[in-house]
Ligand binder design. Structure first.
Ligand SMILES: *[C@@H]1O[C@H](CO)[C@@H](O)[C@H](O)[C@H]1NC(C)=O
Ligand SMILES: *[C@@H]1O[C@H](CO)[C@@H](O)[C@H](O)[C@H]1NC(C)=O
Length: 247
């Protein structure tokens, strides 16, 4: 319970803005009952490097705007008739396979990337347009890690591998659940997504998993992320031990 709360507060802190923080009191005994302070002023006491500390911050207009933007982003469905969505899908193809021409927004080629069928848009249903943005961010920002996972280059792989792109959508969905749609910053979300993807692949290999075990692997990925996020020294996504898996 406390772990959950601390996790939530920390994610809110990475993001630098919140609708209202849960406020803990300064000793462990009374930490169980968070209190909502409301919008604007955000305060929280957390244990940091062994001592309890109270952190307060104001919600600036910029932070407010960021929060609204991300909330909006999470509600956008993939719409195959929208020009900008089509462009994003093409951009994903080019970032993934720079040397291969894309034959169409609906094409057999998409299966190579680990979509379930010829039309990736049917797989976005779970998480929406943001799952495409997450994949694109990952492909562009950590292209070596992205290619390594895509091509399944590392380790002793299963005969029944997880489909790469679909797993990406599942990870977006998992992080949206973890953040509880309450508070987050766009960049923290994108970074956490990339960390989650490489952690998932690592657990996949460590467990010698096959696609039948995907749910289990996703669950233990979440546990691992939560464990790292509540570590005393982790004050940013970049501080998470697993961030080092990215290159
Ligand atoms: C993963 O995403 C696919 C495509 O959206 C969906 O069909 C599947 O049920 C999801 N699986 C999990 C474990 O979330
Ligand atoms: C991993 O699974 C494969 C079958 O998919 C099996 O042949 C192999 O022995 C397993 N390796 C370990 C270390 O469990």
């Amino acid at each position: 319970m406390l772990g959950q709360l601390v996790l939530w507060v920390k994610i809110a802190m990475f993001t630098d803005h919140v609708m209202g923080y849960a406020c803990f009191c300064a000793d462990e005994a009374s930490c169980g009952s968070p209190r909502w302070i409301g919008r604007g002023l955000s305060c929280v006491c957390i244990k940091r490097k062994g001592a309890y500390e109270r952190i307060c911050m104001n919600l600036t207009p910029v932070q407010e705007e960021r929060l609204q933007r991300l909330k909006h982003r999470m509600k956008v469905y993939f719409d195959p008739s929208r020009r900008d969505h089509q462009e994003a899908l093409k951009a994903l193809w080019h970032a993934t396979y720079p040397d291969q021409e894309l034959q169409g927004l609906v094409s057999e080629q998409w299966k190579d990337m680990g979509w379930q069928g010829r039309d990736p848009s049917t797989d976005f249903r779970g998480a929406g347009f943001i799952s495409l943005e997450n994949l694109l961010f990952f492909a562009k920002t950590f292209s070596a890690s992205f290619q390594r996972l895509l091509k399944k280059q590392c380790g002793n792989r299963a005969t029944w591998e997880y489909p790469f792109a679909v797993a990406g959508v599942n990870i977006t969905f998992m992080i949206m659940q973890m953040l509880d749609l309450q508070s987050k910053d766009e960049c923290a979300f994108d970074l956490l997504y990339c960390v989650a993807f490489v952690v998932m692949d690592k657990q996949w290999l460590d467990k010698n998993a096959s696609y039948m075990d995907f749910n289990e692997v996703l669950k233990s990925t979440r546990t691992q992320l939560e464990r790292e996020l509540v570590l005393d020294d982790v004050m940013r996504i970049e501080d998470m031990p697993s961030y080092n898996l990215l290159c």
